[in-house]
Design a binder for this molecule. Structure first.
Ligand SMILES: Cc1cc2nc3c(=O)[nH]c(=O)nc-3n(C[C@H](O)[C@H](O)[C@H](O)COP(=O)(O)OP(=O)(O)OC[C@H]3O[C@@H](n4cnc5c(N)ncnc54)[C@H](O)[C@@H]3O)c2cc1C
Length: 437
C-alpha cells in the first residue's frame, strides 16, 4: 500500500468517526406525517434496492460487523430475476417462480431490517433518505437501484408505450406481456427486437433473447421471422459464439441488422423509426430503450456529467459526487481501463461484497481492501446449450481493469455448450439463494 493510500484511509476513518459522533443520539428525523421509520440509536447503513447488488451489500455489512444496523429499502415484496427471464419469455419455463425471491429469510438470518417502500429523496447534507413510509437517517448509504430508461430521447414514447411494445428489460409483468404476445402471434408473423447503444444492462442479454425467441419460432411457428435491430455497429458481446448460433441454428428465421438506432416509435402501429428515415413494422415489437442509472440516483445528483451513470471510487464505490453514499450494480460507473465491468448481476454481486467490506472498514477506521471482482455471464443459445464470457477485475492505477488472460469466451466449436447450460442453471440457483438467505 502506498503512503497516499494510508493517508486516504486515515482521513476516511476519522471522517466517518466525526459523522458517527454527530449522529449518535440525534433526534428522530421528521418526515411529514410518517416521522422516522425506526429510531436511530447506533451506527446505521441504509441500502436502497433489494436486487442483485443491494441484497448482497446488506447481508455482507451485517456479516462483517453485526453491531451495525442495516436497513434494506425495496419497493416490492419480492424480486424477480432478469437473468433467465429470457427462458420464460421464449416459453421454456412455465412461470417465474424459479426467478422470484422474497426477503424473509435474508432478513431473519442476518438481522436486516426490511422497509418495503419507494425511496423518493436522498438528502446527502442531512444524511437522510425519504421514503413513502417515512424518513431514515444513515451513516453510510449504499444505492443499488438498477436502471431506468431514457425514453425522453425517443420521439413518440409515452407512459403507455411499453404496454404495446414491451421492453421486458425489467423482469415481471413486462416479461409476461412479451411472452403472451409471442404466443398469440400467428405463424408467419414478424418479430422485431431493438437494442440500444452500449452501455446498457447485460451486454449479451439481447443476443441471448434473439436466440431463444428464434428457438421458439423455429419450434412452434416456423414460417415466422425475427429481426434484431442493433444500434451498435457490431455485436458487442461473444460475437463469434452468437454469430455461429444464428448461422447454424436459426438460418432463414433470424436476421441480424447492426447500426440501426431507433429514434422514434409508433406503438399503435407497432413501428420503430431508425434515424428518421427507415420504418420497421412488426407483429410483435420488443423495444429496449437506451438506459441510465435508476431514477433515484439521477434525482439525488449521483450521476456524472452525462446524467446517465454514477461515477464512483473503484475501491469503496463511494460516489465521487456525494460523500458517504456508495453506488453499486448497474447504476455505477467506476473509472475503467479498457472494457468496463459489464452491467450484470454477477458484477453487482462482486461489487456489493467489496463495497460492504470497505463501508465496514471506513466505519471502523480500518484499512480498505482492493477490489477483486469477477464476472461470468452465461447466455443460452438454444433450449439446452449455453455459452459464457468471464473475466477477473482488479484496480490498477485507480481504474478497474480486466486482469490479462483471466477469462475469455467459450470454445468456438461449441464442445462445452451442453455442460455450460447446466453451469448456467446452477449459477442462477446459487446466486438467488445467496441473495435470499
Ligand atoms: C433479459 C436479461 C437477462 C440478464 N441475464 C443476466 C445473466 O445471465 N447474468 C447476469 O449476471 N446478469 C444478467 N442480467 C443483468 C442483471 O439483471 C442486472 O445487471 C442486475 O439485476 C443489476 O443489479 P442491481 O442491483 O444493479 O439492480 P436490480 O437487480 O435491478 O435491483 C434494483 C432494485 O432496486 C429497487 N429500486 C429501484 N429504485 C427504487 C426506489 N426508488 N425505491 C425502492 N426500491 C427501488 C428495484 O425494485 C429493484 O428490486 C440480465 C438482464 C436482463 C434484462
Amino acid at each position: 500500500m502506498t503512503l497516499d493510500r494510508r493517508s486516504f484511509i486515515k482521513i476516511l476513518g476519522s471522517a466517518s468517526g466525526v459523522a458517527l459522533a454527530g449522529c449518535a443520539g440525534a433526534p428522530a428525523v421528521s418526515s411529514g406525517s410518517a416521522g422516522e421509520i425506526m429510531a436511530k440509536s447506533g451506527r446505521r447503513v441504509v441500502v436502497i434496492g433489494g436486487g442483485f447488488g443491494g441484497t448482497i451489500a446488506a447481508k455482507y455489512v451485517r456479516m462483517l460487523d453485526s453491531s451495525i444496523e442495516v436497513v434494506l429499502i425495496e419497493r416490492n415484496k419480492t424480486h424477480i430475476s432478469c437473468p433467465f427471464s429470457n427462458f420464460y419469455i421464449a416459453g421454456l419455463t412455465n412461470d417465474m417462480s424459479s426467478l422470484t425471491i422474497s426477503y424473509d429469510k435474508l432478513a431473519a438470518n442476518h438481522g436486516i431490517k426490511m422497509v418495503y417502500a419507494e425511496v423518493t429523496t436522498i438528502d446527502p447534507a442531512g444524511k437522510t433518505v425519504v421514503t413513502s413510509a417515512g424518513t431514515l437517517k444513515y451513516d453510510h448509504l449504499i444505492v443499488s437501484p438498477g436502471i431506468d430508461f431514457r425514453t425522453e430521447e425517443i420521439e413518440g414514447y409515452n407512459a403507455d408505450t411499453a404496454n404495446t411494445i414491451p421492453h421486458a428489460w425489467k423482469a415481471g409483468e413486462q416479461s409476461t406481456l412479451l411472452r403472451n404476445q409471442l404466443q398469440a402471434m400467428p405463424d408467419g408473423g414478424r418479430v422485431i427486437i431493438s437494442m440500444p447503444l452500449t452501455p446498457y444492462r447485460c451486454p449479451p442479454g439481447p443476443y441471448e433473447r434473439s436466440c431463444l425467441i428464434a428457438h421458439y419460432l423455429k419450434t412452434h411457428k416456423p414460417k415466422s421471422k425475427l429481426v434484431l435491430l442493433d444500434a451498435n455497429p457490431d455485436v458487442v458481446s461473444k460475437k463469434p459464439l452468437f454469430t455461429k448460433a444464428w448461422n447454424e441454428y436459426y438460418k432463414g428465421i433470424f436476421e441480424y441488422v447492426p447500426g440501426k438506432k431507433v429514434t422514434a416509435v409508433d406503438a399503435a402501429k407497432k413501428t420503430l423509426v431508425v434515424e428518421g428515415i427507415e420504418d420497421h413494422k412488426g407483429d410483435v415489437v420488443n423495444f429496449i430503450p437506451p438506459q441510465r442509472a435508476g431514477d433515484i440516483a439521477v434525482k439525488a445528483g449521483l450521476t456524472g456529467d452525462d446524467k446517465k451513470w454514477c461515477p464512483v471510487n473503484p475501491i469503496t464505490f463511494e460516489s465521487t459526487k456525494q460523500k458517504f453514499i456508495h453506488v453499486i450494480g448497474d447504476a455505477c460507473a467506476p473509472p475503467s481501463a479498457g472494457a468496463a465491468m459489464p452491467k450484470s448481476g454477477y458484477s453487482a454481486n462482486s461489487q456489493a461484497k467489496v463495497c460492504a467490506t470497505n463501508v465496514v472498514a471506513m466505519m471502523n477506521g480500518r484499512e480498505l481492501v482492493d477490489l477483486s471482482g469477477i464476472n461470468v455471464c452465461y447466455s443460452a443459445i438454444s433450449d439446452h446449450q449455453s455459452v459464457s464470457i468471464a473475466a477477473v477485475y482488479a484496480v490498477v492505477e485507480g481504474k478497474i481493469t480486466a486482469v490479462p488472460n483471466s477469462g475469455g469466451i467459450s470454445p468456438a466449436d461449441f464442445s462445452m455448450t451442453e455442460l455450460e447450460h447446466v453451469y448456467g442453471e446452477s449459477w442462477l440457483r446459487n446466486i438467488l439463494t445467496e441473495m435470499s438467505t
